[in-house]
Design a protein around this ligand. Structure first.
Ligand code: ATR
Length: 276
């Protein structure tokens, strides 16, 4: 039987994952398909049972089901457990369904080679920040700070994950020169979000990397600001591609071409991408 994979979410119609995975499957001469599945509110359990029944070999999970899917899986690996969210489900040889979270590791891979001694600043304390902070911790980065508009939320995250320190946005701005990697995870800068930048970067160090998890627009206002200081900037497309590549490797046992995929998607999105 032809294998098939899926991504479940709501909304899902504009997901880039089907294009990405179908392209990789073709490149690797794997006889399989990858389809988007829109799951209605309240229908997650039925949808998961249907995927299992119909022989799905593995699937990605996106908003709003990353946490809710956990009870319907046979096992959840340590990173997904620590984050409390699953974005990839793998069917094992003996027919069990195991949940992983590849978002944080995907994000870190998208930065290219970085050193564990690098000092990391994460701005924002929502679900995305949580996944990324957890991955940095698992990779033994020792200097991790989380800065957030609501300090209490940063503090809670730091305590839950037992990492680094929580700071205010003002403290982050005042100490920005200490950080090697600055990760912006707030929705500020997404389409139709006109709020001001969470921090200014005028004191940023020369060889810092500034990353945003957003790829619509490809250059967010935060990255636009960073570009003024000639530092390296990384948009969210790399995270999308690398989290997908890790999932693809779990499912198919081969690594797909990530660099070329980032180029293809950048070309496709070409500045006027609108995520409806
Ligand atoms: P996700 O789960 O996708 O990461 P989220 O849960 O909506 O997104 O997280 C949003 C994060 O961005 C929160 O840390 C939020 O700060 P608060 O804890 O104070 O709510 C932060 N955030 C949202 N809009 C922001 C803005 N305009 N400026 C600064 N921080 C913002």
């Amino acid at each position: 039987m032809k294998k098939w994979f899926a991504v479940i979410g709501n909304p899902i119609a504009h997901s880039l994952s089907p294009y990405m995975h179908d392209t990789w499957l073709e490149e690797q001469h794997i006889n399989a398909s990858y389809i988007p599945v829109h799951v209605e509110e309240g229908k997650l359990e039925e949808a998961v049972n249907a995927l299992k029944l119909l022989g799905c070999s593995g699937w990605n999970v996106t908003v709003p089901y990353k946490e809710a899917i956990i009870p319907f899986l046979d096992e959840v690996d340590n990173s997904a457990k620590g984050i409390g969210a699953v974005n990839t489900v793998v069917k094992t040889g003996d027919g069990r369904f195991v949940g992983y979270n590849t978002d944080g590791f995907g994000f870190i891979e998208s930065l290219g080679p970085i050193d564990q001694t690098n000092r990391i600043l994460i701005i924002g304390a929502g679900g995305a920040a949580r996944g990324i902070a957890h991955a940095f911790k698992q990779l033994d980065f020792s200097h991790i700070a989380i800065a957030n508009r609501t300090y209490a939320n940063a503090k809670r995250l730091v305590e839950e994950l037992q990492i680094g320190q929580a700071i205010t946005l003002e403290e982050a701005e005042a100490t920005i020169a200490q950080f090697d990697v600055i990760v912006h995870t707030t929705p500020q800068g997404m389409k139709n979000n006109t709020a001001t930048l969470p921090i200014q970067l005028s004191q940023i160090k020369e060889h810092a990397i500034v990353a945003d998890i957003v790829y619509n627009p490809l250059v967010t206002p935060f990255l636009e600001e960073a570009k003024k200081y000639n530092v390296r900037t990384v948009n969210g497309l790399g995270m999308l591609v690398h989290q997908g590549a890790i999932a693809f490797t779990y499912w198919n046992g081969v690594k797909p071409n990530t660099e070329q995929m980032v180029e293809r998607l950048t070309e496709q999105l070409g500045g006027n991408y609108v995520n409806r």
